[in-house]
Design a protein around this ligand. Structure first.
Ligand code: FE2
Length: 227
């Protein structure tokens, strides 16, 4: 499932969230991410207190009150879309700088939800103009061999521009990537407020899935047993 909505928050709430996200940025160097398919080579993030209770307020209070309207409206939007038994898993601010991209991957499912029942919801907080790159691209994965690693995307279904105050939600069976930034400004920072959510549980899992491996590159998660 892919969903997006523009002008998601009222302007005053959006500007407060944007200011908060920008306040946690620390300068980063442009670099390749996920080389050698190493999921530990993560994008640069500021992770809010983890809401393992499932209640997103635990992420927002007392450090980030500016996130409350965003989380409230994200949850309402997913419920309106028919997602059941929602529980927040984590919330974070994420950054990339000019020339950086995000190679093809899927996000790790959480708790006992299958990938199709785990969701990522983000609100882009940086400025954006056509030709700046950084679009969120969804499509069909191409693997380097049967059972191997993903190497590219084909048959694109979505190319979502990271416009400010645009909400984007995807379920975690979706293979995606982020196009390289082409702003040609060393001071430009692409940023968003990110959140993850479990929904209905599957009988397949008798314990929570590995919460520390946040990305994977194969058809089936190979590391579920390692934790
Ligand atoms: Fe992702």
């Amino acid at each position: 499932m892919i969903y997006y909505e523009d002008n998601f928050l009222p302007e005053d709430q959006f500007l407060a969230l944007k200011k908060k996200v920008e306040s946690k940025y620390e300068p980063i160097e442009a670099r390749e991410l996920f080389d050698d398919y190493n999921f530990k080579n993560e994008p640069d993030k500021f992770i809010l207190p983890i809401a393992r209770s499932g209640d997103w307020l635990d992420s927002c209070v007392p450090q980030a009150y500016e996130c409350i309207p965003a989380l409230e409206k994200m949850e309402a939007t997913m419920k309106r879309l028919g997602v059941q038994e929602l529980k927040n898993w984590s919330s974070w601010f994420q950054y990339s700088v000019d020339t950086m991209s995000l190679p093809v991957h899927r996000d790790q499912a959480v708790r006992k939800s299958e990938p199709k029942d785990t969701y990522t919801a983000v609100i882009y907080t940086s400025d954006w103009e056509p030709n700046w790159g950084g679009e969120f691209v969804v499509g069909k994965p191409v693997f380097d061999r049967p059972g191997g690693n993903v190497k590219s995307l084909t048959d694109f279904t979505h190319k979502i521009e990271p416009k400010p105050n645009r909400l984007t939600i995807w379920s975690r069976e979706e293979w995606h990537m982020v196009n390289a930034l082409t702003v040609n400004d060393p001071d430009y920072v692409r940023s968003f407020f990110g959140t993850s959510w479990s929904s209905i549980e599957s009988d397949k899992f008798d314990k929570d899935q590995n919460p520390y491996e946040r990305f994977y590159f194969t058809e089936i998660s190979q590391h579920t047993d390692s934790f």
